[in-house]
Design a protein around this ligand. Structure first.
Ligand code: TPP
Length: 658
């Protein structure tokens, strides 16, 4: 049965003239034991909520997953798809892509991510089990390579998993001692068993080509009270007569002669892409193994009280309770209308969360050791820990990358909308995971505070300058930068409703005035940009100047508008909380918001990149072009010239030019 995986992998890579045969051939025995004796899944329902999750963290070995899906009888994974490995529009892209191929639990390829996603999946499983009981009861298995375990994010992931005692997380390490450059020993001499043990895991070393040893180890791991590592010693490219055990099998086709030799060595006589009927029958039978478990699960679900079942189905179906969300947002807006608040948007975010967290049980919060600074833990939110998986706030520790990747895993698992916090400048530490959330279209919410030089004294190491532009460059990520408490709750609403991708809230440390007064039922931020203050004077006379700003600089734009208005210059101000939403509006609507004023000035305490889409290359920009500095924030705004006077002067200069 394992040889069927090996044959499909080497044939598909050969036909595609590219790909990675080594890992599938080496890990075929491990995967065969796991899928035919242990893994709980149903090819007829790849999204069965209580399936065991299998994550191929070493995504380059994608043919392992495609071969398994094909052999086990996942309908979509036909032999034609295997033959079209790595071709445009196929279901068999170079690296596994979640949402593209049924049965692929997460998109992998960037090493280390899958392992860290799996930690989030295992957290989600425990949390939902605490909430819903035995309808949530499954394992998370990972196949990880040397590369996965060398990546820094793996350290964050295994430390978190060990700390949280995620006993249903089992990592099968494809311990083949080979990477692209050659022997692993060129670059690494870590004892992985000791490393995992030190992080609170159980860990064993076995022969990854001995089915009984593999089965015994998995059996044992399943009864462990801690997460488990099974280091499976394997030979990369197992079966290839001259290349097995070398980097030559890692990432290129074996070649016709080597494949012929491998067929002989493995006693595999079937032609390319053909599976002997008896072998196929065994695999298909393995695919049916969990059918009875699935039926029993359906019955358990049906036996739940109606409201409970409905709630589980709502959660797992990722449908936010609109009524509760709308009511919570309205309540927050009502309070702000009644008693306007001058506050930092990070504090406004906590104010919003005090209403949102009780209303939306899907939300699981957290912070990478900046809880008090990020304001992500509203009063009454209990901590999720090994002693209480039912808690809703995760202390991720100083592990931004592991946190962001685990959040992806929670969202992928389903039933949870993860949000968490760090400083905006450390979005760089999360970026690979944010990018994958965007690629996979997963709803995760990053609360990133201390969003500019406005954080003051901590200085340029902590002051984001290029981060907003860099984040806005990621497709399918909403970067939301609210200007006051009202916009903050509106941005939260957008992020929670945005089911098809991640959102990031960039929030201030410093206090800001409330600019929106009265009770506004509509979510004005949803347009991405809107006029916060029209030009004074007759409405039919066009403004001379349009000022654009996001976040903390909207108040500066408003002050500049006042200065210009006092000089008789008709000036309007536009708040731009979200580029992506604004640029997605129809052109006519965009034009209306941008307006016909001949002078356009944007102000943002960050680099200009990106703003030309709104103000044009002729527009004036007031912001940063260097790193910041360490000083009280008001001094910094003066020093870097991000002031109402500077904005007004820029507008006047442009008016004169015209
Ligand atoms: C973050 C990241 N860096 C680099 C790569 C490129 N890459 C793909 S596989 C690999 C290492 C291969 O070694 P190993 O993980 O042991 O896989 P094996 O050779 O056993 O298939 C590298 C560096 C990657 N996919 N992700």
């Amino acid at each position: 049965m394992a040889n069927a995986i090996r044959a499909l992998a080497m044939d598909a890579v050969e036909q595609a003239k590219s790909g990675h045969p080594g890992l599938p051939m080496g890990a075929a025995d491990v995967a065969t034991v796991l899928f035919t004796r242990f893994l709980k899944f149903d090819p007829a329902d790849p999204a069965w909520p209580d399936r065991d999750r299998f994550v191929l963290s070493a995504g380059h070995g994608s043919m392992l997953v495609y071969a398994l899906l094909h052999l086990l009888g996942y309908e979509a994974m036909t032999i034609e798809q295997i033959k079209r490995f790595r071709k445009l529009g196929s279901m068999t892209p170079g690296h596994p892509e979640h949402g593209h191929t049924p049965g692929v639990e997460t998109t992998t390829g960037p090493l280390g991510q899958g392992l860290a996603n799996a930690v989030g999946m295992a957290i989600a499983e425990r949390h939902l089990a605490a909430e819903f009981g035995d309808i949530v009861d499954h394992h998370t298995f990972v196949l990880a390579s040397d590369g996965d375990l060398m990546e820094g994010v793996s350290q964050e992931a295994i430390a978190l998993a060990g700390h949280l005692k995620l006993s249903k997380l089992i990592v099968l390490f494809d311990d083949n001692g080979i990477t692209i450059d050659g022997e692993l020993s060129l670059a690494d001499s870590v004892d992985q068993v000791k490393r995992f043990e030190a992080a609170g895991w159980t860990a064993v070393r076995i022969d990854g080509h001995d089915p009984d040893a593999i089965a015994r180890a998995i059996e044992k791991a399943k009864s462990s009270t801690r997460p488990s590592l099974i280091a499976c010693r394997t030979t990369i490219g197992f079966g290839a007569p001259t290349k097995a055990g070398t980097e030559k099998t890692h990432g290129s086709p074996l070649g016709a002669d080597e494949i012929a030799g491998a067929r002989e060595k493995l006693c595999w006589t079937a032609p390319a892409f053909e599976i002997p009927p008896d072998v196929r029958a065994l695999w298909r039978a393995a695919g049916q193994r969990s059918a009875a478990l699935h039926r029993a699960w359906n019955e358990r679900l049906a036996a739940l009280p109606t409201a409970r079942r409905g709630e589980f189905e709502r959660r797992i179906g990722a449908k936010v309770d609109d009524e509760k969300l709308t009511a919570a947002v309205r309540a927050v807006k009502g309070k702000l209308a009644a008693a306007p608040k001058e506050m930092a948007t990070r504090a406004a975010s906590e104010f919003a969360l005090e209403a949102l967290v009780p209303a939306i049980p899907d939300l699981i919060g957290g912070s990478a050791d900046l809880t008090g600074s990020n304001n992500t833990k509203p009063k009454g939110m209990t901590v999720l820990s090994a002693a209480d998986y039912g808690g809703r706030f995760i202390h991720y520790g100083v592990r931004e990358h592991g946190m962001a990747s685990a959040m992806n895993g929670m969202a992928l698992h389903g039933g949870i909308i993860p949000y968490s916090g760090t400083f905006l400048v450390f979005s760089d530490y999360c970026r690979p995971a944010i990018r994958l959330a965007a690629l996979m279209g997963q709803r995760v919410i990053h609360v990133m505070t201390h969003d500019s030089i406005g954080l003051g004294e901590d200085g340029p190491t902590h002051q984001p300058v290029e981060h907003l532009a860099a984040l806005r460059a990621i497709p399918n990520l909403l970067v939301l930068r609210p200007c006051d408490a009202v916009e903050t709750v509106e941005c939260w609403q957008i992020a929670i409703e945005h089911a098809t991708g991640p959102s990031l809230l960039a929030l201030t440390r410093q206090n800001l005035p409330q600019l929106r007064h009265g009770l506004d039922a509509t979510n004005r931020c949803a347009a991405g940009a809107y006029e916060v203050a029209a030009a004074e004077g007759e409405a039919r006379v066009d403004a001379q100047v349009s000022l654009f700003a996001s976040g903390s600089e909207v108040a500066i734009a408003m002050a500049a508008r006042k200065l210009l208005t006092e000089r008789g210059i008709r000036t309007r101000a536009v708040s731009v909380p979200c580029f992506e939403l604004f640029l997605a509006r129809p052109p006519a609507e965009r034009q209306t918001i941008i307006g016909p004023a001949p002078v356009k000035v944007a102000v943002e305490a960050a680099v200009r990149q990106g703003w030309d889409a709104i103000i044009g290359s002729e527009g004036a920009f007031v912001g940063m072009s260097t790193f910041g500095s360490s000083a009280p924030y008001k001094d910094l705004y003066q020093h870097f010239g991000i002031t109402a006077e500077a904005v007004a002067a820029a507008a006047l200069g442009k008016l004169q030019e015209n």
